[in-house]
Write a protein that binds this ligand. Sequence first.
Ligand SMILES: Nc1nc2c(ncn2[C@@H]2O[C@H](COP(=O)(O)OP(=O)(O)O)[C@@H](O)[C@H]2O)c(=O)[nH]1
Ligand SMILES: [Mg+2]
Length: 304
Amino acid sequence: MGIFEKFKLGFKKSAESISTGLREIIIKKEIDDETLDKIEEFLVSSDVGIDSASEIREIIAQKKIDPKNSPFDEINNILKQYIVELMTPLEKNSFFDRKDKLNVTLISGVNGVGKTTSIGKIGKILKQNHNDVLFAACDTFRAAAIDQLEKWSEKIGATIVKSNPGSDPASVAFKALEESKKKNINQVLIDTAGRLQNKKNLMDEYKKIVNVISKLDNSAPHEIILVLDATSGQNVINQFEEFNKIIPITGLIMTKLDGTAKGGILVSISKKYKVPIIGLGLGEKEDDLQIFNAKKFADAFITF
Ligand SMILES: Nc1nc2c(ncn2[C@@H]2O[C@H](COP(=O)(O)OP(=O)(O)O)[C@@H](O)[C@H]2O)c(=O)[nH]1
Ligand SMILES: [Mg+2]
């Protein structure tokens, strides 16, 4: 299966829900106010966000839809173009390039969103691009979390730095950076715990990790990637706000886009925060991270 087929398959549920929804609304040749209202409401219910939904409504209202063409096709094209224009500036393929200097990436996000899995997938692409990769097991809260990262390190051939469960995450980060310098490893990916139920602790833990890292290399951490789970719908907005307050987010990964009809949330978060999107999780396997491309996303999301 080619990369685009995989992409399309991953977005099948979202795309079907958009397509079916619009087909039910756009029944007249003439796009009147009532239809425009329904389209706007439908887009809001598809998680694309109130701002984008009302902008798209305006664009459709302004455009003289040629009665010779199918209004359904024209509206889908408008949607596609809107998404491409909004999201192309958020592409950041350079994240996966080979880096000549040490590059430290902190992976953040609440429990269960797919941080550890995404680290494995990112590591694989980084290795394909001729980087050396080290994983730092800084989610020391559960032994299983350390084991899980270790399995990923074996699978993709990355070095791992870990400590005993319960040990200080910042000290693991410190060891990881020392090890990367010693072994001349250019890419360090730091896995973290995401126990939002204790915000104060989480915040302190993050800050401590960042402090320790920046003491060893004052340009680090180079990236703070927030992992968001598409199935959480509008909750991702709160999560972004919370994490961005601790340390400004430099990139996003949205996971579990396979099997959910909530792909629209990616449009909403793009409109609201304009933060680069690094990749999209479309499954649990090592090759299931798609490097973000706005045109491909729009083509897979809007199929008609
Ligand atoms: N379907 C699907 N499952 C995913 C994806 N990313 C992660 N998962 C699964 O979500 C669960 C939690 O992932 P994990 O990486 O442990 O989350 P963490 O707690 O944030 O580190 C695991 O069962 C993963 O296999 C994805 O893109 N799609
Ligand atoms: Mg984890």
